[in-house]
Design a protein around this ligand. Structure first.
Ligand code: GMT
Length: 377
């Protein structure tokens, strides 16, 4: 019988995919009896109800007139040191390299001076490597901190290669993909809910994200406008973020505002996914595409870009289609192909569920657990 672990988890508590993965992984580990200590500045979005073995430690920021930039990083490092000592943590798992990997290194160094060893695992999620991490403001720190982590994981083969190519680190990067809990994301038709958004015979196209530029939602809107000329349909956009206002403007320009529904941030996305006929993920950078996996697990075919880790999730011609980034003609053609052919649509739905099942939580969780025990050795 292996010992129950005390694990510190550092993540972004917002709606982003890395925070979702960190929270759900922590909750699943807690379900196995391990003690999980989330350390961040706000209660993680998906940590809404009490669960045994789950603790949340808020990093509070010190107000002082001198600080134009509040030193959150320092406060986070101090909090990790405090929790590691007083709860006797076995290891620390940080999600998204910036700034968490370097903070983990600082905390680990401080703890070493107090005779406490704290193995650090850093999980890379995407733009921490492919976009933000490449900027000169962060590059040397990301490179150094990855080399200092005891273990580094990436959520796809593509992200692993991007990391090795861009950062030339000496550490091995292990791939542990994102996962899905099919007890939550499963096909469950919702005819009454469908009626709220679409008339009889109308199709529903959907996208969920944090509305950043990288998601290229303008391509989805352009594609939808063309699809709707051929097949009456609605577009439901879920989430919020910096691009929302300009996307609403684009819908007004294209005179489709009455057909495009901006729902804002939503909690029970598994319910909404179950009324979609096609899910879009048209990003220009995407290390994995957790939202596509969630859609597939509900039996929704995906039309996506063919970049980054997306083709490892959405198999072209099987669970949906993958297209060149920014190619609205191709997106439109592939979407129409799915919507026009009922037998292909049914095949894709079935295949999407089959493909999603490869990423089932109970297949991925043991891989993290194995890594945790290796980190202790
Ligand atoms: O890298 C980001 O943009 C942030 C991150 C997040 O927190 O939203 O998203 C990434 O992590 C997810 C979980 O591992 C992946 O499923 C997303 O593909 C990835 N996003 C990008 O690479 C753009």
């Amino acid at each position: 019988m292996k010992k129950c672990l005390k694990i510190g988890v550092v993540c972004y508590p917002t709606y982003g995919g890395s925070g979702v993965v960190a929270t759900e992984l922590g909750q699943a580990m807690a379900g196995l009896g391990h003690q999980i200590h989330f350390i961040t500045y706000k209660r993680p979005a998906r940590l809404s109800t009490f669960q045994a073995n789950v603790y949340y430690h808020e990093v509070t920021n010190f107000e002082y007139p001198l600080f134009d930039f509040k030193p959150y990083d320092t406060a986070l490092a101090s909090k990790i040191v405090d929790i590691a000592l007083h709860h006797d943590l076995d290891l620390l798992h940080v999600h998204y390299a910036i700034p968490h990997a370097i903070i983990a290194f600082i905390a680990k160094s401080i703890l070493k001076s107090k005779d406490k060893n704290l193995p650090v695992i850093t999980t890379l999620h995407g733009t921490d490597i492919t976009l933000v991490g490449l900027d000169a403001s962060f590059y040397p720190v990301v490179q150094f901190s990855l080399n200092q982590s005891d273990f580094v994981t990436a959520v796809s083969d593509s992200l692993r290669l991007d990391t090795l190519n861009a950062f030339k680190i000496s550490r091995e990067v292990e791939v542990i993909p994102n996962f899905i809990d099919s007890r939550r994301f499963f096909p469950s038709p919702k005819p009454e809910l469908r009626k709220i958004f679409a008339g009889p015979g109308e199709k529903i196209l959907m996208h969920i994200s944090n509305f950043r530029k990288v998601k290229r939602i303008q391509d989805i809107i352009q594609c939808y406008a063309r699809v709707n000329e051929v097949i009456p349909s609605r577009l439901i956009l879920i989430g919020d973020g910096p691009e929302r206002v300009s996307l609403e403007d684009l819908c007004r320009e294209l005179k489709i505002s009455d057909k495009v529904i901006f729902l804002g941030k939503q909690e029970s996305i598994e319910t909404l996914l179950n009324i979609a006929d096609v899910f879009f993920l048209t990003s220009d950078h995407e290390s994995f595409g957790l939202s596509a996996l969630e859609a597939m697990s509900c039996g929704v075919p995906v039309v996506s870009s063919n970049i980054g880790g997306i083709p490892e999730v959405n198999l072209n011609g099987f669970s949906g289609f993958t297209c060149d980034v920014g190619n609205v003609d191709e997106l439109t053609e592939k979407t129409l192909k799915i919507l026009r052919d009922p037998s292909q649509f049914e095949d894709f739905k079935k295949n999407a569920i089959e493909q999603a099942s490869k990423f089932e939580l109970n297949k991925i969780l043991p891989r993290y657990l194995d890594l945790y025990y290796r980190a202790l050795q």
